[in-house]
Design a protein around this ligand. Structure first.
Ligand code: SAH
Length: 348
């Protein structure tokens, strides 16, 4: 059955015409799905029951189910482990910020990028999420928490630019003026650095903030912790980021997980400043979240020193607040620790 929540308005209009219905029915259904956010065809009360029955036999409205919900005792962060229709799991994190609620969503089940410090990649890649499965992380969380999400970050499990078509479809549905109307200015997409897709994104989406997971200022060190760097080394990545800024006018954010003894010396700070010297950049320093299987440690003081040095060089830098550190809010940790990865393997 077709996944109706992933369909654009023109696709829906074509689909209803194929069912010998007038085109405007497509807009009615789209409104029910993306503005009223109903979960059942029976709720589409301005359609005849004959049409609703026909729709039910052709299409499905997907749902996600809460497998676990962890609320932080330290702040307002809530972490959801969602079960997808096929039994796989992904994580979504709801965070409270000065300006409202921000949601961190996943874009894939697992990840193939192999970053050394990241829990999402330990058990490898399973599949891409559909556009509807990304939208549903927002809808189900809003329903459960009784909040309206005003900002989004694509920083959960997965590499968004490795699921490019579905992510673009998701962003188109999210920002559609006839539907959900979220401005892409409130959305940040984080990538480990898939160069050709960064360029394509610059052509396709306006307003979106690009965040690049940098984590090391030199090829040799970055190759060790981020295998993607062997395919798309730093000079190419920097060139793509400059292209993104030139094309969109949006300043690129660089994420830098500070790892003791790995990338946190003053020499590293100097190299990072030199790398970003000619750019409109914002550096987000993240004391690395310890992952059980990996031997990386955070040093908050090193992160502070790093920040001060970058600021002295005229590079805008912040140390990320740690939210939800008591509830395994780091990338991929909950899915991993809840044993979803093991059960997935057993089922295979
Ligand atoms: N694949 C994308 C988005 C998902 S990861 C990317 O690589 O950007 C979201 C961010 O969390 C990335 O910057 C990633 O490098 C970072 N991250 C992953 N594991 C981390 C950890 N253990 N501690 C701190 N940051 C981590």
């Amino acid at each position: 059955m077709k996944d109706i929540l992933s369909m654009t308005l023109p696709e829906l209009q074509n689909a209803v015409q194929e069912l010998h219905e007038p085109k405007y029915r497509g807009a009615q259904i789209y409104h029910w799905l993306h503005v009223r956010k109903v979960t059942d065809f029976a709720q589409m009360t301005d359609l005849s029951s004959a049409l609703r029955t026909k729709l039910e036999s052709e299409f499905c409205i997907k749902r996600l189910f809460i497998a676990r919900r962890l609320a932080s005792c330290m702040d307002d962060t809530v972490k959801y482990l969602y079960r997808l229709p096929d039994g796989q799991h992904v994580e979504t994190v709801l965070m409270h910020y000065q300006h409202g609620w921000r949601l961190c969503i996943s874009t894939q089940v697992g990840c193939k990028m192999g970053c050394q410090f990241c829990a999402s990649t330990i058990a490898g890649y399973v599949r891409n999420l559909s556009a509807s499965e990304m939208l549903l992380q927002i809808d189900e969380t809003e329903r459960d928490a009784g909040v309206t999400v005003s900002g989004l970050v694509l920083m959960g499990i997965g590499e968004p630019l490795d699921n490019f078509d579905n992510v673009i479809r998701f962003l188109d549905l999210l920002s559609d003026q006839k539907g959900r109307t979220m401005s892409l200015r409130h959305v940040t997409l984080s990538t480990c650095g898939i160069v050709p897709k960064i360029k394509e994104l610059a052509e396709r989406c306006s307003g979106l903030t690009l965040a690049v997971s940098l984590h090391h200022p030199e090829n040799s060190g970055r190759n060790q912790i981020m295998p993607v760097n062997r395919k798309y080394p730093l000079p190419e990545l920097m060139e793509a980021c400059q292209y993104y800024f030139a094309r969109t006018g949006r300043r690129v954010t660089y994420e830098y997980a500070v790892m003791e003894g790995e990338n946190d010396s003053m020499e590293d700070a100097r190299k990072l400043a030199a790398l970003l010297k000619h750019q409109q950049a914002h550096v987000n320093l993240i004391p690395v979240n310890a992952v059980k299987e990996r031997n990386f440690h955070a040093d908050r003081q090193a992160a502070q020193r790093f920040m001060q040095y970058l600021e002295q060089c005229g590079i805008h830098a912040t140390v990320r607040r740690t939210l939800g550190s008591d509830i395994q809010a780091a990338c991929g940790q909950l899915r991993h620790e809840a044993g979803c990865v093991e059960s997935m393997k057993r089922e295979e």
